[in-house]
Design a protein. Sequence first.
Length: 391
Amino acid sequence: MNRITLLSLVVAGIVGCRADRALPPGPSAEIQDATHLDGNSFFFWLPPTVNQHAPSSQVFSSKLRPAITIVDQGPAGAPSANCHAGSTVRTFSGSDITVSNATYHVNWHTDQDDLHAECTYRIKVNVGPRLDSPELGFADVDVVSSGKQLKNVDTDEFIPLLDDRTLPITFFIGVGATCNPAGGSDCGEGVARPGENTLIVTNSGNAGVFIPAGAVDNETTITIQSVDQRFGEGDQCIPRLADQFAGTPKTLDNGCYDFRADPPLADVNDNGGTFREGFNATAGICPPIAAMNLDHATLDLIQIFRIDDLGEGNAVAIPNVPAPFLRCDPHFSPSFGSRPSLFGDLARAFAAIVSPRPLYAGTRRMVFDLGAGGSTDGFSRFSWALPSVIK
């Protein structure tokens, strides 16, 4: 292992009356997060796990469902029959992990596990409902077996735990942790769960999704990310699609977004890759300036288009619906998502479409009558365009 002199974890007094072992000059360990070993730039270990603070420049991603796995890494030195490299010691997930004060936290009661001083243990954090979901970071634990060894620990650098034999595991995940670093800058993420409404909006408020309760059979991590890598000279979001309004890459005027699920919907719902029948999601994207500058009649004709296969597939228009969770939508409701029934908001938004409305003077946003969303039975790449044939 690489030697880290300032940021190692030490669990003390958790093994009982096992033979002491001489402490090496500075316990060795490996730690990976945003500031160590080129880890995920949106994942940070926090005190007392590691002595560092959460970044003030990032937004806490409170809607994820991280999973923690503690794995036996094998002997730290000489071979030992007590170490079983690769075996799982304990896992934490779901309600085991609390969320408060912009941190994820769990207490590992180490006296409940058969740990050995000659072994090294790794704490791994994955994002998503599955333990094999993308790994955000890890930290190795060096076990000491007695108070005698503890005296050799520099308390300015390490964490001695003698009293309750509990190791607090605390970390920060920023919005963007599940996004592709090579993709776009705007991101939103969360977990869709069976029987629950799910609302996710990106950092900029430029895109989002509402997934109704009943749409998924199992948990899945949803990621929405703007797309900067385009096709052709015209910076096309969706290849082979005419009259599209994809906006400008690397700006807030980006009208091109990828929506994805991990695990994919085909695994979550055991079907062809869609939400459950009758439970379409609402994918919303704020149209870019070029679209909003269209005349009123043309503006009401544009639709969100979806393409599942960028290489071979054809884009299809999805039905316009309100997206009241986006500020650019004429039916925007600041309280959308905060009341017991999100369907009430959707019903009011749909009613607004067919109800008489005043004449709007001067604001293009307010003449965008049909809403900034589209009804979709699955996820892929989405952008705004005019239908090829206007009747």
